[in-house]
Design a protein around this ligand. Sequence first.
Ligand SMILES: CCCCCCCCCCCCCCCC(=O)SCCNC(=O)CCNC(=O)[C@H](O)C(C)(C)COP(=O)(O)OP(=O)(O)OC[C@H]1O[C@@H](n2cnc3c(N)ncnc32)[C@H](O)[C@@H]1OP(=O)(O)O
Length: 136
Amino acid sequence: MERDQRVKNDNSWCFACGEENPIGLKLKMSIQGECCTAYFTPQKEHQSYDGNMHGGLISTLLDEVMGNYVYQVEHRKAYTAKIEIRFRQPVLIGETIKAEGKAVSQHGRLRTMEGKIWKKDGTIAAEATASMMLET
Ligand SMILES: CCCCCCCCCCCCCCCC(=O)SCCNC(=O)CCNC(=O)[C@H](O)C(C)(C)COP(=O)(O)OP(=O)(O)OC[C@H]1O[C@@H](n2cnc3c(N)ncnc32)[C@H](O)[C@@H]1OP(=O)(O)O
């Protein structure tokens, strides 16, 4: 399906930030300093094994704060073209984490982004780099 044919008005159902999505993460994002920031406390339904948060959902958090940075700062929608995640430490169910995303460089419509997930003790649980393409 061409992008223009897709439903354009259902952004409130975004899995990561949509307010109306009943199974979404309902992230609230804000620009703090040079980053887009969101806090999240994983619940039991967000786990993988042994009380650890699912890595796919950690990736979702990183993707969202990087994409949302572009939207909030440039007022343009961007599509994730490539993303790479390094999972450094488990995130535990019930543990509040901070996700941060920022831009590091740009070339034409392509933005190179960085994201980090911080634990309360100031250590990094996961980090990402991504290429995001501005919508034409
Ligand atoms: C009105 C209210 C709105 C509210 C709104 C709220 C929004 C609030 C923010 C939400 C934040 C969401 C954050 C999650 C965002 C997703 O999750 S998006 C979903 C997952 N991603 C996708 O579905 C993307 C699927 N891929 C595509 O659609 C297309 O491949 C892309 C990425 C748009 C690129 O397609 P394209 O624009 O046609 O560009 P293309 O011709 O392929 O490439 C152009 C140039 O860039 C280069 N390039 C392409 N990809 C790459 C790459 N990965 N690395 C390096 N170079 C690349 C090409 O080589 C090419 O260069 P040249 O050929 O000119 O030398």
